[in-house]
Every structure is written in structure tokens, then in C-alpha cells.
Design a protein around this ligand. Structure first.
Ligand SMILES: CC(C)(COP(=O)(O)OP(=O)(O)OC[C@H]1O[C@@H](n2cnc3c(N)ncnc32)[C@H](O)[C@@H]1OP(=O)(O)O)[C@@H](O)C(=O)NCCC(=O)NCCS
Length: 169
């Protein structure tokens, strides 16, 4: 699996990516809107294992995002199966190193991941789930074309659900 955009490459994570991803996920800014807070190196290794389990089980998951031309690992973006309101749903999610924020990179990755989900994986729809106060993330979902659908409680936190529907299914 490889997705290439103008500035980015998205590919499946490998265990050896852990050093780079651990630096990003240890940052409290990156993990501010997360259920866990900053991750230890061991937590990040386990996260990569869970991403890889998702590739094996579903054929997709959260992918590593690399910035061309030096191919620096700048975060992750992809589609995961999440239980939302007691249903297994396809969920688009992303986290980037703050060094690379506000350059349109999360939007570029998210648009490409959603497109892949629709054209290659033939998913009928994809959801986004976000805290309303996370304005940058809300904006990224909107820029993929997702629309606000409803409020929900996710692991005890009030969140907004966004949806994009596959136009060709
Ligand atoms: C959310 C996140 C991935 C966005 O990354 P990014 O590369 O900066 O995003 P982009 O540059 O593609 O787009 C951000 C958009 O939000 C807007 N934005 C950023 N901060 C904002 C703020 N405080 N208020 C309003 N809009 C804001 C930007 O202006 C931009 O919109 P525009 O292109 O219309 O101007 C990044 O902030 C991040 O990793 N956050 C921590 C993890 C996280 O919250 N993940 C999502 C969990 S649901």
C-alpha cells in the first residue's frame, strides 16, 4: 500500500518506524486531544503493532506519513475500525508533529486517505470523530468534504461525528 500526493507519501508502518513515531507521540501538544495523553516508547511500539494488526485484519489502518523529498516521518493518518455508538465504524484519524502544522499537510494526507478508502477499499462511508474545541482537526475533516452529523459520547468524552459518503457505492 502506497499513497502519493504532491508533498507526501503514506505507507504502512513497520516496527523500525517506532523511534521516529515515539518522538512525535511523546509530545503533549500532539496528544492533547487523545484518550491517553503522551505515549512512552513502549506504548508507541504497541501502537505500531496495533496498526499492523489492522492492516492484516482489514487491509487498511493508520499509515505513516512521510514528507518529500527527504522522506521524514511527520506523523500518521489513515482509516481504522472504531466502535462508535456500539457499531463498528470506519474512522479517519491523524496526528502530525507540530513542526509541520499549518502547512496544509494534515488536510493533504486526510484527503488522500479518504480518496483511497473510497476508490481502492470501496468503503461505503467514512466517519470522523472529534472534540468540538479541536478547531484544526474539525477544519481538516471539513476540508476532506465531511459533514457534521451528530454528537456522541466516546469513551466518556463529548465528541462530534462527521461523515463522508462514497459517491460511487
Ligand atoms: C489536527 C492536526 C492534524 C492538523 O494538522 P495541520 O497540518 O496543521 O492541518 P492543516 O494545515 O492541513 O489544516 C488545519 C486547518 O485548521 C485551521 N486551524 C488551525 N488551528 C486553528 C484554530 N486554532 N482555530 C481555527 N482554525 C484553525 C487552519 O487554518 C487550517 O484551515 P485552513 O486551511 O482553512 O486555513 C494537528 O493540529 C495535530 O496533529 N493535532 C494534534 C492531534 C489531533 O488533534 N488529531 C486529531 C484528533 S481528532
Amino acid at each position: 500500500m502506497l499513497i502519493e500526493t504532491h508533498r507526501l507519501i503514506l505507507r504502512e508502518f513497520e516496527p523500525a518506524d517506532d523511534r521516529w513515531l515515539a518522538q512525535i507521540l511523546a509530545n503533549p501538544l500532539v496528544m492533547k486531544s487523545s484518550l491517553t495523553g503522551p505515549l512512552s516508547s513502549a506504548d508507541t511500539q504497541a501502537k505500531i503493532q496495533s496498526f499492523m494488526a489492522s492492516y492484516a485484519q482489514h487491509g487498511f489502518g493508520k499509515w505513516a506519513v512521510f514528507l518529500k523529498p527527504r522522506n521524514e516521518l511527520i506523523g500518521y493518518c489513515g482509516i481504522a475500525v472504531e466502535t462508535i455508538d456500539n457499531r463498528e465504524e470506519w474512522e479517519l484519524g491523524y496526528r502530525l508533529d507540530p513542526k509541520f502544522w499549518s502547512r496544509g499537510l494534515a488536510s493533504e494526507a486526510a484527503i488522500a486517505a479518504l480518496h483511497h478508502g473510497f476508490t481502492e477499499l470501496n468503503l461505503p462511508y467514512i466517519l470522523g470523530i472529534v472534540e468540538r474545541a479541536n478547531l484544526a482537526s474539525v477544519r481538516v475533516l471539513e476540508k476532506t468534504g465531511m459533514q457534521y452529523e451528530r454528537e456522541t459520547t466516546f469513551h466518556g468524552v463529548q465528541m462530534d461525528v462527521y461523515r463522508a459518503t462514497n459517491p460511487s457505492v
